[in-house]
Each structure stands twice: as structure tokens, then as C-alpha cells.
Unconditional design. Sequence first.
Length: 417
Amino acid sequence: MTTNHGVVSAFDEVNVFFDRAAERLGFGDGQREMLRRPWRELQVSIPVRMDDGTIQVFAGYRIQHNAARGPYKGGIRYHPDANQDEIRALSSLMTWKTALVEIPFGGAKGGIQCDPRRLSEGELNRLTRRFTVNIEHLLGVNRDIPAPDLGTSSQTMAWMMDAFSQIHGHTPGIVTGKPVELGGSVGRDSATGRGAVYVTREAANDLGMDPAGARIAIQGFGQVGSWTARIAGDLGCLVTAVSDVQGGIHNDRGIDITELVRYQAESGTVVGFPGTERITNEELIELDCEILVPAAIDRTIHGENASRVKAMVVVEAANHPVTPEADDILNDRGIKVIPDVLVNAGGVVVSYFEWTQNLYQHQWDMGRVNAELNKIMTRAYQSVRDRVARDNVTHREAAFLIAVERVAHVAEIRGFI
Ligand code: NAD
């Protein structure tokens, strides 16, 4: 399971879950290969004139995993560790995610290996435009629709839309997660966190856990983590720990999230927030709490620390935060893991609403967005729960069984094999 750089392959890791589902569904080798492999991969070089006058060349990727169920859909990641293997893994998760929540998209992912915190706004703008032009021939409202992910934002999407529109004419539907003034959907910013909280509510109910007063620790306080923290308060959860790339903070009596959002906006980090003790990202994973939400980067719960997780349930708001080895350890210890393809699907669900609104040149209000999101996330959770009971499998196994079955079925009725 290693890449040619000797590191564990993220694509192989997520395929452990795919393979288990394919095995159980009785798929032959050819069918498995067809569903496992990305349909198309593009790597591009992106030269950028830096503010100091030098030229720097960045590596960018767009990987289109599967479009059997609809146009490719998936985020664009800006991160120093972004690489082809990781983006391939994330593109496949998008295929299973869109199938699981039954929205009419396939799966894709893209990214640029860069540290966005070290680039000026002008450099980011030029990088994004050149990247968009380099992958533009793959994109289209009915072909492939990017969105924000780790290290990118609604501003990044505005630049992508503008660069694409300069070639093709005004095309708001080419990306989702745009600013509302440019055709973005209200509620998109909070959608992934909100969806994660809806799923947490359903899971807590099944586990007989009262969310009111339940302690929740959240790793990552970006787009996903900060909204999860804010909305978890609506269930009465007590957010006792959060973190960002610089470290974490903890207070077992609960952290005032509204104040923390203000503090982070001013200081650029959660670290040092008054009334909290400093902890590391590693310590956060092992904290005494009821609900653990990894909402930062991949593989933060692994073979080394899974045996020290104390939460009753792990809610995967990030993509691929739990390795297969850790997944087995947690399951053996009776800790429920609610999988990424379900938990963080709220983002792509509201992206679907945004795309629909763009096609019809129409704007939904917040009440409609959140009500429809609640309906889709609750339905998806219930389908997973029913499959868990029917097949005596874990939540992740159930989610993959449902998703893989749906994609395979559509591939068959389209008749391309
Ligand atoms: P973001 O860039 O807004 O926030 C990421 C957070 O993680 C920040 O607080 C950052 O400081 C922290 N972080 C970065 N590196 C870290 C490290 N090494 N250790 C600990 N913390 C670290 O990104 P986001 O959009 O919130 O995405 C977070 C996760 O959720 C990713 O796995 C992403 O793929 C997934 N996701 C995001 C969306 C979305 O709508 N944004 C949708 C589905 C899934």
C-alpha cells in the first residue's frame, strides 16, 4: 500500500473500504477495476509571476473519477501536501458520496501543491486563473463543476468563475461555493458543518445519547470545523476542544464559540483564547469526550493513536481522517465511526442546490436550503442505519455498499460496458 515515494497510498487506503463492499456485492475483477479507477487524470504545471518578480511553477491536478451518475463534482484543495495520489483518493470518495446522498453528480477532485498562507492575494489570484485556464477544457456546467476545499474559499471560486467566463461567457454554474453576489447559494458556507450536525443528531439518537450536554472535541476550525462547532450548540452540545494547524485549546466546561470566532478572526488562530488551556492536535484526538469530530486533514486517527481514543462516536467531518487500520481498532473497541462520505456530504448537497439555482437563474432562501439539506442528510443517514441493521455491518461498510451498488447499477443501465 505504498506509493513510489514509499509513503502509504491514500488511494489504496480508501479502496480497502471499496474492495470490502465490492467483495460483499459479488463483483468480478473487471467490474471492480472499472469502478475503482479514475476515468481521467490531468496534471498541469502552473507558472506564476510572484510579487518579487521571480517565476514559480506549481503542480496542479484535476482527477475525474467517475461520471456514471452525472457531471463530475468535487473540490479544489490548496495544500503543501496535495499530490496526485491523495487527490485520486478524494476523487473516488466524491463518487461514493454523491451516490450515497442521491444527487445527480459523479466524483472528481483537484488541487495545487502550495501553501496558500504564504502567498499574497495577488499571487493566489494569478495562480487560480492560470490553473483554471490549464484545466478549462475538462470543465463545463454539464461536465465538471469544482468547489472549495481545504485552503480554498468562495473568493477562489469567484476567480475560477471569472477566468472560465472570460473564455466561455458568463457561466456562474461552472463552480459552486461562490460568493452569494455572484450566484452562490445562501447557506453554502455553513452547509458541510450543518450537515455534519444533522448526522450527529441522528447518530446520537440511535446510540441513546442525549446530545444536550454531550462533550464534543473538534479538530480543525476552518470552514467545516468552525460551522460544526457553531451549529452543534443548537443541539445543546458542549464544545470542549477545538484546534487549528497551530495547536488546540481545551476547557471541559465548554468554549464560547461566538467569542472564539471573533478571536480567531483577529488573531488568525484559536490558540491563546482566554479561559482555555493549550493542547496539541494529538492530545485533542485522545481527549475524554463523547463525540470526536476530525474536521482538518486526512489520516489524523491512525494505528498509533486509535487505541487511545476515548469518545463514544467519531464523526468524520474531514475526508479520510481515519485509516483502515484505525477503523478496525475503533470498531473492535465498540466506538462507532460515522463515515466521511455521509457526514461531510452537506457541502456537495448545497453545491447541488447552488448549481440548480444557477441553471434556473433563481435564488432560494435560507429556510428552504436548510430544510432541503436536513431532508437529504436525514434520509441518507437512515438508509445507512437500515443497511447496518440488515447486513450486520459497520456504518462505513453500509455507506459503501449502498453507494457502490448505485454507481454499478447506473453504469450497467447506461450500457457503456
Ligand atoms: P479549511 O482550510 O477551511 O480549514 C482547515 C482547518 O484545518 C483549519 O483550521 C486549519 O488550520 C486546520 N489544519 C490544517 N492543517 C492541519 C494540521 N496539519 N493539523 C491540524 N489542523 C490542521 O478547510 P475545510 O474546508 O474546513 O476542510 C476541512 C476538511 O473537510 C478537509 O478534509 C476537506 O476535504 C473536508 N471537506 C470540506 C468541505 C467544504 O465544504 N469545505 C466539504 C466536504 C469535506
